[in-house]
Design a protein around this ligand. Structure first.
Ligand code: 5CA
Ligand code: ZN
Length: 412
């Protein structure tokens, strides 16, 4: 499907260092070593409601990765899916009496507008589940040929035991998996399954649900197989980073990886698994199902500068869980104003350490809070907040705004 337009990004004179990420599968820091273009897959939205701040935080986090790679001199191939057919979308469409396609299209368009406003770099391949059904069919056929699928009634399941590495992404115990699985779309208690953790890859047609013809009968894809098929098609095996929010560690990323391993034994799905923390509101994880949401579009319509929203997000480390408050947003509005006043001076405190420090912080597991603190200090020195203004660097304003734009994605 159509992506959105990426913001223009200033080229910097200095290259950033190699990018290190915390890998969830090993629990260790790992230096990404792209062989050719850096290849990134980030799980996209299920478009049944508007983009909330939790989604925005996740996509801004991976936008920092795209920018860090580019600043380190890599080309990037970025793939993101849109789960434009799945249970929650169909349920919402029925509840509000809208056609599910119209709902998905409307919310996907709003997402594009929100991402554009937040200056998030566009994926090179923005791919819907519906348009990927032929890919999914081919992948299921591969899995079937390897004897890793079976039927329960007319539905087709993937056998998790066919991947000896099943469990390696999350590192969770079986008990933990069994506890969480039903809360995240799984059906451990369904009679006829070989293992309670097996996941559906092709769901046979149900009354009043959309369905497509396939060699496995009429039906629609399961959730996990969608991302496995799209990632393999556009990125190949063993791509650099699989990303998403931490709510996707299990079952989603575990299943995606196992399906890929079963189809191509010996080739890891991704090299690094990176997950963004969960944003809460009113004491609970912000989620469409709970309804405790702050929408990016609502903030835009309330005339909040999207760059202040972005700066608010950058004040948290991407891996931490945190809570959204209006007070923190207003702090970011003031902070953005201070940065803008400082760069408007033109000259300023030395910019070289700022440029190097910001690039280094972002290459170090996307440490945006440290980068933000470096710019804060520079702005305070330049404006003389804590004594005399330092205007010793004649081109500091331009250099700092360029790195803040290129690395943090904040246009001053
Ligand atoms: N379509 C699937 C992924 S294939 C999905 O999870 N869609 S979603 O709309 O529910 O979420 C979109 C992305 O936002 C996912 O990466 C998810 O992990 C992330 N996300 C959802 N809620 C939050 C939250 N409260 N805080 C941070 N990230 C979140
Ligand atoms: Zn996904």
């Amino acid at each position: 499907m159509r992506s959105w337009s990426s913001p223009s990004v200033p080229a910097l004179d200095v290259a950033g260092p190699p990018v290190v990420l915390h890998d969830v599968a090993t629990g260790r820091r790992r230096t990404t070593e792209p062989d050719g273009p850096a290849r990134l897959y980030v799980c996209g939205i299920t478009p049944y409601d508007a983009t909330h701040i939790g989604h925005a935080a996740t996509y801004v986090a991976f936008d920092l990765l795209v920018r860090a790679w580019r600043n380190a001199g890599h080309e990037v191939v970025y793939v993101q899916n849109v789960t434009d057919v799945d249970d929650p979308l169909l349920e919402r469409a029925t509840a509000v009496g809208t056609d599910w396609r119209a709902l998905a299209e409307r919310e996907t368009e709003l997402f594009r507008e929100d991402m554009t406003a937040l200056r998030v770099m566009a994926p090179d391949h923005f791919v819907g589940a519906v348009e990927s059904i032929p890919l999914v069919e081919d992948l299921i056929a591969e899995l079937e040929a390897r004897g890793t699928t079976y039927r329960v009634d007319d539905d087709l399941y993937f056998s998790v035991t066919s991947d000896p590495d099943f469990g390696a992404v999350s590192g969770w115990s079986r008990d933990e998996m069994l506890r969480v699985y039903p809360e995240r779309g799984g059906d451990p208690d369904r009679p006829g399954k070989k293992d309670p953790l097996d996941c559906v890859v092709w769901r046979a047609e149900r009354p009043d649900e959309p369905a497509w013809d396939s060699r496995f009968g009429r039906g629609r894809p399961g959730w996990h197989i969608e991302c496995t098929a799209i990632a393999r098609e556009h990125l190949g095996g063993s791509f650099d980073v699989q990303g998403g929010g931490s709510d996707l560690v299990f079952p989603h990323h575990e299943m995606c990886a196992s399906e890929a391993h079963a189809a191509t034994p010996g080739t890891p799905f991704a090299q690094t698994y990176a997950h963004a923390g969960m944003v809460a509101f009113d004491g609970e994880k912000m989620s469409k199902s709970k309804g405790n949401l702050v929408f990016v579009s609502a903030l835009r319509h309330a005339e909040v500068d999207p760059m202040a929203v972005r700066l608010r997000l950058l004040r948290e480390h991407y891996r931490s869980d945190w809570e959204w408050t209006d007070a923190d947003l207003f702090t970011a509005v003031d902070q953005l104003d201070t940065w803008r006043r400082a760069v408007a001076v033109g000259s300023g405190a030395p910019s070289e350490p700022v440029v190097a420090g910001v690039l280094a912080a972002l290459a170090d597991d996307l440490d945006a809070p440290t980068a933000v603190a470096i710019v804060d200090r520079w702005a305070a020195d330049t404006l003389g907040v804590s004594g005399l203004a330092d205007t010793s660097d004649r081109h500091a304003g331009d250099a700092v705004s360029a790195v803040v734009d290129a690395a943090l994605g904040v246009r001053l």
